[in-house]
Design a protein around this ligand. Structure first.
Ligand code: PMP
Ligand code: GLU
Length: 390
């Protein structure tokens, strides 16, 4: 049987593949330290679990409205008012099976064949495949450490001049894999450029908004009044509440766009699990102190991870503003012709440390280490890497 060219073109998600490989090795008794998985290692609070159990007991186990239950969409609207001070209506929200599913459906709903989408690089692995699967063409905006791995207004202006018909821009602040986080002035400067491109849609993936460090405030591009009606926000409960397996994410944006997305979803998943929706609502409406507890733990681990990496000879790692990833440059340690993938394989076999190679993120000289791991694992993993690099 020959699969469609669309499916042939799709690459396997390297983040999920590495997580599976690490788990299999651990199960086989290998003493592997996993820095691959992009998921919090915390349990979630009791009130979230209780909400799910109660939903089952109440028989809240039938199909829900395709866009998500009204009460969950109201909770999402209230969350955005609380955290961003922005007013939306429940009919501007579509709840899907995780942020990844929301993004996939955003591209499916937005892109015609050949539509170009600006994508700052390094980027999260799934954007490129999702854009391509929807018939679009990713246009990379490469960033360097000199600009903190962020797109500059001049770079964006130049790209818009070269590709005036581009359909959309993906912003991901804080970023996976770099942790780069745009502050208020940087976001305003990008917005000033984007105001000159009134046809461009801005997709803002804010899934790491609560995992932000150094006293920073999360800044959403949707705060820019002049752009609001062409911003699509994407978020979810996976990272903020350690609910990766529950599969709940959402898109928020202009009503006609969201209506179209809900039509697409009505033939796709019919929305996410009813029990998950009850749990997500409890997470959003309940006590938020669990989010801050996790954030503080990640900030402590960040310090140990980043300082440890920068102390290794020939390794440089820029300071992340958010998320839970370190993205060091390891070019100096690559043998002639060696790829980051081959380096990561060697590290796994010889030092039993799992990291994600940078190729899938558009950065072949880097590897990604998630510090959503215990402090003991971070310290032991760094010691093994130091020994390996010798
Ligand atoms: N966006 C980014 C940048 C991510 O790292 C992830 C993590 N998988 C997602 C979206 C989607 O997460 P989920 O599907 O678990 O909501
Ligand atoms: N976003 C996480 C990561 O980048 C989870 C895996 C995935 O969904 O790709 O590792």
């Amino acid at each position: 049987m020959r699969v469609a060219s669309r499916a042939q073109m799709a690459t396997e998600s390297p983040t999920l593949a590495l997580t599976a490989k690490t788990n299999a090795l651990k199960k086989a008794g290998e003493p592997v330290i996993g820095f691959g998985a992009g998921e919090p290692d915390f349990d979630k609070p009791e009130h979230i679990k209780e909400a799910a159990i109660q939903a089952i007991r109440d028989g809240f186990t039938k199909y829900c409205p395709t866009a998500g239950t009204l009460s969950l969409r109201e909770a999402i609207v209230a969350k955005i008012a609380r955290d961003q001070g922005l007013q939306y209506q429940p009919n501007q929200v579509c709840v899907s099976v995780g942020g990844k599913h929301s993004l996939h459906q955003i591209f499916e709903t937005l892109l015609d064949p050949g539509d170009a989408v600006f994508l700052p690089a390094p980027y999260w692995v799934s954007y490129v495949d999702q854009i391509r699967l929807a018939g679009g063409v990713p246009l990379l905006l490469p960033t360097t450490e000199a600009t903190g791995l962020k797109v500059t207004p001049a770079q964006l202006a130049e790209a818009l001049e070269l590709y005036p018909f581009a359909k959309a821009l993906v912003l991901n602040s804080p970023s996976n894999p770099t942790g780069a986080t745009y502050d208020e002035a940087e976001m305003a400067a990008l917005a000033a450029v984007l105001e000159q491109a009134p046809e461009l849609t801005i997709i803002s993936d804010e899934i790491y908004e609560h995992l932000i460090y150094g006293g920073r405030r999360h800044v959403s591009i949707a705060e820019q009044e002049a752009l609001r009606d062409r911003v699509i926000l994407c978020n979810g409960v996976s990272k903020a509440y350690s609910m990766t397996g529950w599969r709940c994410g959402w898109a928020v944006g202009p009503k006609p766009f969201i209506e179209a997305m809900v039509r697409v979803q009505s033939h796709d998943s019919s929305g996410t699990c009813s029990i998950t929706q009850a749990a997500a609502e409890a997470a959003l409406r309940g006590d938020q102190s669990c989010v801050e507890t996790m954030r503080q733990a990640f900030e402590q681990r960040l310090r140990v991870m980043i300082d440890g990496l920068n102390a290794l000879p020939g390794v440089s790692c820029s300071e992340p503003g958010g998320a839970f990833y370190a993205f060091p440059n390891i070019t100096a340690h690559l043998a002639p012709g060696e790829t980051a993938s081959a380096f990561a394989d060697r590290l796994l076999v010889e030092a039993k440390v799992a990291v994600v190679p940078g190729e899938g993120f558009g950065a072949p000289g880097n590897v990604r280490l998630s510090y959503a791991a215990s402090m003991a694992d971070i310290e032991e993993g760094l010691a093994r890497i130091a020994e390996f690099l010798k």
